[in-house]
Design a protein around this ligand. Structure first.
Ligand code: NAD
Length: 287
């Protein structure tokens, strides 16, 4: 039997509608939520991401401030802009699009964003709070993964979740959030010795490797849920995930497609984080 498709477009539309409703309430109470996005340089992929974020803001009633800085922007100038936005009471969220040009220090830039405006959830204060189970901004892509599982009512507690990949922006936080949901979590990475045997025992597989076709159907336990975070550009220009989708969907119980799976969730969660920040900063609401 073919797996049920987890439709990221449908679920992200649902989240964005909720964000839009809450943004409208913020606006009615005084001020719409506001997201400041900084783009340094002219990387085409980053330009697309920033444009998509701007469009999502427009659709959700979130004010979007855009700062396009030249590729030769100095670290001091970038930190000064972040400092200005940190101090601006009308700004609820600050996001600096990564990757940055090589001469800039990404860690210093991420750390410079005030934790209470860190809607990407990358600041060490928010990472620490996430790990200790406190209220905080959750990183958008892994938070989107959890939303997808919950929306489809896929049980997490007590299940074995295997995360493939241990990056700071996807793999590690995805593992932390699955643990928060009471899954038994295994993290596989490039040095894992017996990856196929481990994946075979997973009720939930989260693939965040960045290699097309890495997860094959024979690695999967029949009926498992497969969340494919990978976005890989194939030589013919098309997009593919990390999972061999056509074969895996014949074994899995649930599966996300690429495109149209996890991808749209990231921006939806960013909108939600920005709205939550506005609510929290105006003294209403919690995370
Ligand atoms: P990364 O390169 O930082 O990390 C890749 C991880 O894969 C590493 O932790 C590494 O240990 C692991 N890995 C590499 N080779 C492996 C192997 N042979 N066996 C097991 N593990 C291996 O990448 P990332 O930033 O975590 O992104 C992963 C993928 O997710 C990419 O395709 C990226 O484009 C995509 N992505 C999607 C979204 C989204 O949907 N919005 C957001 C971020 C990243």
């Amino acid at each position: 039997m073919s797996a049920e498709i987890i439709d990221g477009k449908e679920i992200s539309a649902y989240i964005k509608q909720q964000a839009a409703d809450r943004a409208k309430a913020c606006a009615a109470a005084g001020r719409a939520p506001c997201l400041a996005v900084i783009l340094v340089g002219d990387d085409p992929a980053s330009q697309v991401y920033v444009r998509n974020k701007h469009r999502a803001c427009e659709a959700c009633g979130v004010t979007s401030l855009q700062y396009a800085l030249p590729a030769d922007t100095t670290q001091e100038a970038l930190l000064a802009l972040i400092g200005k936005l940190n101090a601006d009471d009308a700004v609820d969220g600050i996001l600096c699009q990564l990757p940055l040009p090589e001469h800039l220090d990404e860690t210093a830039v991420t750390d410079a964003v005030a934790p209470e405006k860190d809607v990407d959830g990358f600041h060490p204060v928010n990472v620490g709070k996430m790990l200790s189970g406190k209220d905080c901004f959750l990183p958008c892509t892994p938070a989107g993964v959890i939303e997808m599982l919950k929306y489809k009512k896929i049980p997490i507690a007590g299940k074995h979740a295997v995360v493939i990949g241990r990056s700071n922006i996807v793999g590690k936080p995805a593992a932390a959030l699955l643990l928060r949901e009471n899954a038994t979590v295994t993290v596989c990475h490039s040095r894992t010795a017996n990856l196929p045997e481990i994946v075979k025992t997973a009720d939930i597989v989260v693939a965040a490797v960045g290699r097309p076709g890495f997860v094959t159907a024979d690695m999967l336990k029949p009926g498992c849920a497969v969340i494919d975070v990978g976005i890989n550009r194939l030589p013919d220009g098309s997009l593919a995930g990390d999972v061999d989708f056509a074969a895996a969907k014949e074994i899995a119980g649930f599966i996300t497609p690429v495109p149209g799976g996890v991808g749209p969730m990231t921006i939806a969660m960013l909108m939600m984080n920005t709205v939550k920040s506005a609510e929290k900063r105006s003294g209403k609401g919690d995370f």
